[in-house]
Design a protein around this ligand. Structure first.
Ligand code: ATP
Ligand code: MG
Length: 229
């Protein structure tokens, strides 16, 4: 059972490949509890892969990933996953109501909790404008939502879960500046006071991170703060 205390996450000499090809080589970095650590680098660098190891979607070939000094391989998958919020690159909505999509992964959420999470994620307004509000069916076969709207529902889901650790994998959907501002504002609320990993292609999008790690071709090539780099 993983009980997150400080929320310090350490990658120590991690090497991993999906097959014989190494994708990550000797990758080391540490996120202190409550900090935001940005993983930056070109497409294919291994950023998403690195954080999938924290979620234990895959296991390292060598090295270790620890949370508060506990190896993620030594704790139950259920307790690990319940401690982590994951806003992935491909925002996943299933065929169901908006409410069901927001409460996915959380037990005993009241309607008030759902609305509060949606408000914090800047999603409440567009949801109330949908034909059936929170009861509108979305996902495949449901009402089509824009990339920015799906992203805000994913943020609301993470907000409701209120996890100790958070992974934000930059969405590729291009959104207008207004929506981008709304998303940024909701993300700022979500990342406050919890250990957060942000994945981005460009340095400019992660200037507020406490620490930046630049990955290229599976290796750490630079690290520091936004001013350093
Ligand atoms: P992007 O910025 O485009 O999201 P990324 O830095 O997140 O890129 P990854 O998705 O981690 O990159 O992929 C790193 C490498 O691993 C790529 O060469 C990719 O093709 C390969 N890869 C990713 N997922 C798998 C998989 N499930 N099986 C095999 N190879 C994979
Ligand atoms: Mg990626």
């Amino acid at each position: 059972e993983l009980v997150v205390d400080a929320g310090r996450v350490e990658y120590d000499d991690v090497t991993f490949g999906y097959d014989d090809d190494p994708i990550l080589e000797d990758v080391s970095f540490t996120a202190e509890g409550g900090d935001t650590l940005a993983l930056v680098g070109p497409t294919g660098a291994g950023k998403s892969t690195a954080l999938k190891l924290l979620l234990r979607m895959y296991d390292v070939d060598s090295g270790s990933v620890t949370v508060d000094d506990r190896d993620v391989r030594d704790v139950t998958l259920a307790s690990l996953r319940s401690a982590i919020g994951y806003v992935s690159q491909e925002t996943f909505l299933f065929y169901g109501t908006v409410r069901e999509n927001i409460t996915y992964g959380t037990f005993d959420a009241s309607d008030e909790d759902v609305v509060a999470a949606a408000k914090a994620a800047e999603a409440h307004e567009f949801v109330t404008n949908l034909p059936d509000g929170y009861d509108t069916m979305v996902g495949e076969r449901g009402v089509k939502l824009s990339g920015g709207q799906r992203q805000r529902l994913a943020i609301a889901r993470a907000m409701l879960k209120d996890p100790e650790l958070l992974i934000l994998d930059e969405a590729t959907s291009d959104v207008d500046t207004e929506t981008e501002m709304l998303i940024q504002r909701s993300l700022d609320r979500l990342t406050a006071d919890r250990t957060t990993f942000v994945i981005a292609h460009r340095l400019s999008t992660v200037k507020d991170a406490d620490r930046i790690v630049v990955l290229d071709d599976g290796r750490v090539v630079e690290r520091g703060t936004h001013e350093d780099l």
